[in-house]
Design a protein around this ligand. Sequence first.
Ligand code: S3P
Length: 432
Amino acid sequence: MPFNYKSFIKGTYFPPGDKSISHRILILAGQVIGKSEISNLLEGEDVLNTLKAMKQLGVQIKKKDKKYFVFGTPPGGLFQPNQKIDFGNSGTGIRLISGLISSNNIEVKLVGDRSLSKRPMKRVTEHLSKIGAKVELNKGLFPPIKLKGSGNAIPLTFEIIIPSAQIKSAIMLSALNTNGTVKIKEFKTTRDHTENMLKSMGYNIKVRENSTHRFIEMKNNKELKTINYNVPGDPSSAAFFISAACLRPGSKLVVKNILFNKTRIGFIKTLKNMGGNIKITHRKKIHNELIADLQIEQTKKLNSTVLKPSDIPLQVDEIPILSIAASFANGLTVFKGLKELTVKESNRLLLIHENLKKIGVKSEIKNYDLYIFGNNDLKKGGATIRHNDDHRILMAFYISNMICKKNNIIKDKSCVNTSYPAFFKDISQFCN
Ligand code: S3P
């Protein structure tokens, strides 16, 4: 089936395993003596790099019949690897595992690909230095990270001023081998999977929220317990299909077993505000995470919307695909406060703007705010998309074929393997 402006989104769709949860379950199960069992792990490159990293650090991981079995080392018991650890494209992998290593008495060099080597690491390592780890960064900012952990980490109180689950989780992982109480204050809009998983594993963690902030307290006086975890579907991957269904009246999509954590589904609220007809069914809670099914039956075209800066962390990875939906929605959409998008796998803010222009959509950037002048007319298309090997830019602009008269050209599609290896297979199955 060709995928173009005549396509509809139809069927019953199980999104691939959630990337954030897949990283975390490998890392945390890797900190428990005994056997943990993981099913529906995302087998994307980012997660497989975390898996390899954990193996290099002494954790045993075996796969049998689609399930992964993890036999961990206790907190503080990571092995000294005999080689550098390569995280490929993954900011989550390198940042979280830096945190884990920082309170272990080992010395490691952590490296990444061209994109990861340009991403800011000081936002994490400045905290790790305070607990006693020795850190060297390229130009004081970027990977490779040369990290010498401290076997005697200092328990501290942290205040994180960038809304980032990766910074928070790095500190939390360092706390696993820190004696005393570690306290963290951060924005409550960041994803809280590390907290939820630690609670399920019997860890001594207290989490409190007010209207803007989250307060976390961790004490390593209880042993982590093994866990059996079925990774729910990734909302950030499903977002391509959910958005596509909403922007194309006549689409009918059922999404099964999707992670429905409130810090991850901002885009669903946004699409609903734009006129997306999304119903939520079969809600359940497993391991402190909400999971649900969705029913999308789109009859009308979308309208524009405005997001304020505090809405962005709740949909930080979905802005590229929401930009496509906004382009085909009536009126001016504004996404405010997109500074964090400039330090993702690519400068997503610039690439969204540049590619929108190429396909025939007017947009403007003012002070990290993105203005998209949308309407329900088909765009000219026929453009060569610049994706700089950023998986989410590529997938978003592949979906843009649905709103263009002429299909766009995308060269080298291999970067979808980062987060969604079955993306094109799923497109051919659910788009007809
Ligand atoms: C992630 C957190 C987010 C997100 C990334 C995955 C995580 O980054 O963009 O894709 O798993 O913790 P920040 O929290 O650093 O913004």
